[in-house]
Write a protein that binds this ligand. Structure first.
Ligand SMILES: Nc1ncnc2c1ncn2[C@@H]1O[C@H](COP(=O)(O)OP(=O)(O)O)[C@@H](O)[C@H]1O
Ligand SMILES: [Mg+2]
Length: 287
């Protein structure tokens, strides 16, 4: 077994000037190449958890941190965020706010310049990275003229240019239309599967998480209250409902049928196996 790429050891964090910890005794290991989804209501601590991984908490946002967070064996509290950016890239919900340059090329160049990357290397890395996110040939395009999905992919390219080992996406599709959402999730899945990127996604789109995530972590009031495979977590529809969280429609339907004694066997979390099982239940299987 390889070592975990991310390790939280008994982490409790309170922002300066607050009494209630934003994170409460978090212990967590994430393995290289894992795709982890984080669910929870607003204020549950999801963003704070992400910011602990890229080191913004505690190095830029002040507060009281107990325990330790290590990424690739490095304690994030000991490294400036600029250094951690080589290991961890993080993107947020509003791609437009993340755009600051006149062209896509300059957008990607920004972090590289800050990291002191030689110009010759930048000339190679920029087109490579744009290609990775499906924005090949977009070098001179104005970021503000791109669609939401393209902007978010450009924001992701800007962090990928640093060749991080971990990509964190904090509600990356909240401001995107369905096509933009699809573009971003397809790209993240590809980075995970083909490039072995460790992906952490903070998301409300449970259907998408059921399809892509290896693991789902549920946060509530700063604590991890569930941590398991999508199958395990989304099979607990009632518990999630009492927390105010939903499960994929397929799992919700199975839960209702199960309560009526009509469903046996594993709970489907994506549409296709649900359709299969319901077809069988109806005794109407073709062929
Ligand atoms: N910069 C900050 N200063 C003080 N409190 C904060 C700050 N950011 C978040 N919090 C508080 O920390 C808790 C967790 O917030 P957050 O991590 O943003 O949750 P989520 O991303 O799940 O909505 C909330 O109670 C929130 O009010
Ligand atoms: Mg948040």
């Amino acid at each position: 077994m390889p070592d975990p790429i991310i390790r939280f050891e008994n982490v409790t964090f309170s922002y300066a000037g607050t009494d209630e910890p934003a994170l409460h005794d978090i212990s967590l290991e994430i393995m290289p190449g894992e795709y982890v989804a984080i669910l929870g209501l607003n204020g549950a601590g999801k963003t704070t958890l992400g910011l602990c991984v890229n080191g913004v908490v505690p190095t830029m946002l002040a507060g009281d941190l107990e325990g330790s967070v290590t990424v690739g064996g490095l304690d994030v509290a000991d490294y400036p965020v600029r250094e951690m950016a080589k290991l961890v890239g993080m993107v947020f919900d509003n791609p437009e706010f993340q755009m600051s340059q006149m062209s896509a090329e300059e957008e990607v160049a920004l972090g590289l310049e800050n990291a002191g990357t030689p110009y010759e290397d930048m000339k190679r890395i920029i087109p490579e990275t744009l290609k990775l996110v499906g924005l090949e040939g977009f070098e001179s395009r104005s970021p503000l003229g791109l669609s939401g999905g393209q902007q978010q992919r450009l924001a992701i390219a800007a962090v990928l240019a640093m060749h991080p080992k971990v990509l964190i996406m904090d509600e990356p599709t909240s401001n995107l239309d369905p096509i933009g959402k699809q573009e971003v999730f397809d790209m993240a899945a590809k980075l995970n599967r083909e490039n072995g990127m460790t992906v952490i996604v903070i998301e409300h789109e449970v259907e998408v998480m059921a399809r892509y995530a290896d693991r789902v972590i549920v946060l509530d009031h700063g604590r991890i209250i569930m941590n398991g495979t999508p199958q395990e977590i989304f099979g607990r529809a009632e518990e999630l409902a009492t927390l105010g969280l939903r499960v994929p429609e397929a799992a919700a339907i199975a839960a209702i049928l199960s309560a009526r004694g009509l469903w046996k066997g594993p709970v489907p979390i994506t549409t296709e196996p649900a359709v299969e099982a319901i077809t069988e239940l109806l005794g109407a299987k073709n062929g």
